[in-house]
Design a protein around this ligand. Structure first.
Ligand code: HEM
Length: 250
């Protein structure tokens, strides 16, 4: 169980804007490639693929939008760990793949975990923080409790990453990498993950309780999306993606 999050060792955060622009272009090109041949997942649970392929139409812009606030403070980069942990993506992907072998749903759950992290004060890994004297965990918020899952796999990823690069990679970046690996492993597109997030040291259960809800009316949903830089197209795409689970969405 992760009880505390690491922050980065101090290092320069100046990153070429070209890297960010290229990453953005790659991401857009990946999104355009959606719609090719469907890739089958094992039949016992087809929901993750349906959701994931639909979500990836919006997940990349969502991640970019949710990072905008932080990027005004420092820039993220696809090469952030190039010298300090060059194989982090492969390590993360390997653990996700192992988990998927015994739990085909996990790829959907890891993507959702990243979304639930990012929607609350940006992608800072705060959803991973457990209750303590000073922290009221976001895990107990209504949208998360008995619903968001995959924490054990994140713990496994963290252990694997720490084994090769101790004290280097943030948990927030691990969630971002796990989400991308999950979408890829589910048959969705890939995208370049921008890295260099700092881990939050505080949780925000109030904001977590205010996540978009299937019970929200349209104006409320539009406002909640707008608050994090997402537009009506993103909202429609995401809501449509959930029609595979429509009994829970008004
Ligand atoms: C209007 C905004 C949204 C609402 C109201 C919403 C609501 C829900 C609900 C009620 C579930 C079922 C949870 C359960 O069975 O316990 C769900 C599942 C899921 N959601 Fe959303 N969601 C929204 C946006 C998003 C976004 C932005 C993403 C990803 C980028 C996402 C990814 C997923 C995934 C992957 C699942 C399946 C998770 C699993 O099977 O473990 N959702 N969502």
């Amino acid at each position: 169980m992760i009880t505390g999050l690491r922050t980065f060792p101090s290092k320069s955060r100046s990153v070429s804007s070209t890297a960010a622009v290229n990453a953005d272009k790659t991401a857009k090109s990946a999104r355009k490639s959606i719609g090719g041949d469907p890739i089958s997942l094992p039949q016992q649970n087809h929901r993750p693929r349906n959701l994931l392929v639909a979500f990836t139409e919006v997940v990349v812009p969502f991640l970019h939008a949710s990072l905008q606030k932080k990027m005004s403070i420092w820039k993220l980069s696809s090469t952030f760990y190039a010298s300090s942990c060059s194989n982090v993506s492969a390590v993360v992907r390997n653990v996700v793949q192992q988990a998927q072998n015994s739990d085909v749903r996990i790829v959907a759950s890891l993507l959702r975990l990243h979304f639930h992290d990012c929607f609350v004060n940006g992608c800072d890994g705060s959803i991973l923080l457990d209750n303590s004297d000073s922290i009221q965990s976001e895990k107990d918020a209504l949208p998360n409790k008995n619903s968001v899952r995959g924490f054990d796999v994140v713990d496994d990823i963290k252990t694997a990453v720490e084994n090769v690069c101790p004290g280097v990679v943030s948990c927030a970046d691990i969630l971002a990498l796990a989400a991308e690996a999950s979408v890829d492993l589910a048959g969705g597109p890939t995208w370049v993950v921008l890295l260099g997030r700092r881990d939050g040291t505080t949780a925000n259960p109030t904001a977590a309780n205010n996540m978009p809800s299937p019970l929200d009316d349209l104006d409320t949903l539009k406002q909640k999306f707008s608050d994090v830089g997402l537009d009506d197209t993103d909202l429609v795409a995401l809501s449509g993606a959930h029609t595979s689970d429509c009994k829970k969405v008004n």
